[in-house]
Design a binder for this molecule. Structure first.
Ligand code: PMP
Length: 404
């Protein structure tokens, strides 16, 4: 059982007011709030041992290197990677995906096929389109269905011996629906295709086990799971990370450099050119520690309770439609009021101190499927309360009265 009133003390921002009303923060799928423990990890670094890593013999550099590499080990354990060097620290999911897409530029040829799902965030569409332009490979799309699930039968028909890569998110950011990635991975491996799962939206709610999933690549952004912005990770199976060429050239990623020839450093450094976000990486480790002290099981149970409560209350509002009704779902509700633009609902909610996201959520193909300009998305976290959901429901009723 979570003690939310105790947990909320770790998040001073939750005490602030917006437009004279208590803040109700329901934009967690865009970025989560940051607890004191994670901010302390950042200030401890800058005030106590700020130094560049991996290259200094002096004490501060060693302390910083240890803390950074300890954080990598926390990430390895959390996602159950076989080796710490299979965890590449990046600036986030977008960077992680581009790193893989860039690498496959050297491995694909004309006639190869790449499959993405219709539920993708733009960051899991555009890099593959760019890869297709560079290589002459062809992009195919797993269609979605009315309830927000993927059409696995159609997926089965898209797979063939030309399929080289399959990309899918673990959880849709626009709808919150959880995709059957175990099945998607198995089916792809049936034709020897490589699979990248975008775990940006799953990681705050579900502890993925990359070995049990047998996934080739998995991506995460720290800022969606109580960590800071500008840091994330790419998990890659060692065999694939060895095959991919480096993404960026620079310091840290080399073994030896001469003007005739450069040899690259071993994993993970081959993919970590330049000075990284050191404080961010350490704080990402602190965010994982923080979430584990609360417990992923307890978090998932409590968030489901919030989801069920909010779904019941919002569904009772006449003319309100929820998109993505498939289960399982994480604690996200994407909805519209009939005949009302989502932006107008979001603006009224903001006046009441309630932060939701409105628009296409960087997933325009989903909006095109439903033939809508966007949705209002309320996304919950373990520090939210039922009283806050009551405030949202009252706010939506008020918006309906004013706008419909
Ligand atoms: N994929 C999904 C499913 C997301 O929700 C997001 C963030 N909205 C991203 C990728 C991109 O993450 P970032 O901006 O942290 O790189």
């Amino acid at each position: 059982m979570l003690d939310v009133s105790v947990i909320r003390k770790d998040f001073p921002i939750l005490d602030r007011q917006v437009h004279g009303k208590p803040l109700v923060y329901f934009d967690n799928a865009a970025t989560s709030q940051t607890p004191k423990q994670v901010v302390s990890a950042i200030s401890d670094y800058y005030f106590g041992y700020n130094s560049n890593i991996h290259r200094g013999v002096h004490r501060l550099s060693q302390e910083a290197t240890d803390a950074y590499e300890q954080a990598r080990i926390k990430m390895q354990h959390h996602f159950n990677a076989a080796h710490a060097h299979e965890i590449i620290l990046t600036s986030g999911t977008t960077h992680s995906i581009n790193l893989v897409a860039h690498g496959f530029g050297a491995l694909l040829k004309k006639g190869d096929e790449i499959i993405v799902s219709a539920l993708e965030h733009h960051s899991n569409i555009v890099p593959w389109q760019m890869l297709c332009e560079r290589t002459g490979a062809q992009l195919k799309v797993i269609p979605m269905m009315e309830n927000g699930s993927l059409d696995l039968e159609a997926y089965g028909q898209l797979l063939n011996e030309n399929t080289q890569l399959v990309f899918c998110n673990h959880v849709s950011n626009a709808l919150g629906t959880v995709n059957p990635i175990e099945k998607i991975i198995d089916m792809a491996h049936g034709v020897n295709a490589v699979v990248l799962i975008d775990g940006a939206q799953a990681a705050p709610h579900i502890q993925a086990d990359v070995q049990a999933l047998d996934v080739d690549f998995y991506t995460v952004s720290a800022h969606k799971m109580c960590g800071p912005t500008g840091v994330g990770l790419l998990y890659g199976k060692e065999s694939w990370l060895r095959k991919l060429p480096p993404y960026q050239g620079g310091g840290e990623m080399i073994a030896e450099v001469s003007f005739e020839k450069t040899t690259y450093a071993d994993l993970p450094h081959k993919f970590e050119a330049g000075t990284p976000n050191i404080a961010g990486g350490i704080a990402f480790g602190a965010a994982l520690d923080y979430m584990h002290t609360i417990g992923f099981k307890a978090i998932a149970e409590y968030e489901q309770e919030l989801l069920d409560y909010a779904t019941e209350q919002l569904s009772a509002i006449d003319g309100l439609r929820i998109y993505g009704t498939q289960h399982p779902k994480t604690a996200v509700i994407s909805f519209n009021l009939e005949g009302v633009h989502p932006y107008d609902v979001g603006t009224i909610l903001d006046q009441l101190g309630i932060a939701v996201r409105t628009g296409h959520h960087c997933a325009q193909p989903i909006m095109d499927f439903y033939q809508i300009p966007g949705t209002v998305r309320a996304s919950f976290s373990f520090y939210n309360t039922k009283a806050e959901i009551d405030a949202l429901v009252d706010g939506v009723k008020r918006a309906k009265m004013m706008l419909q």
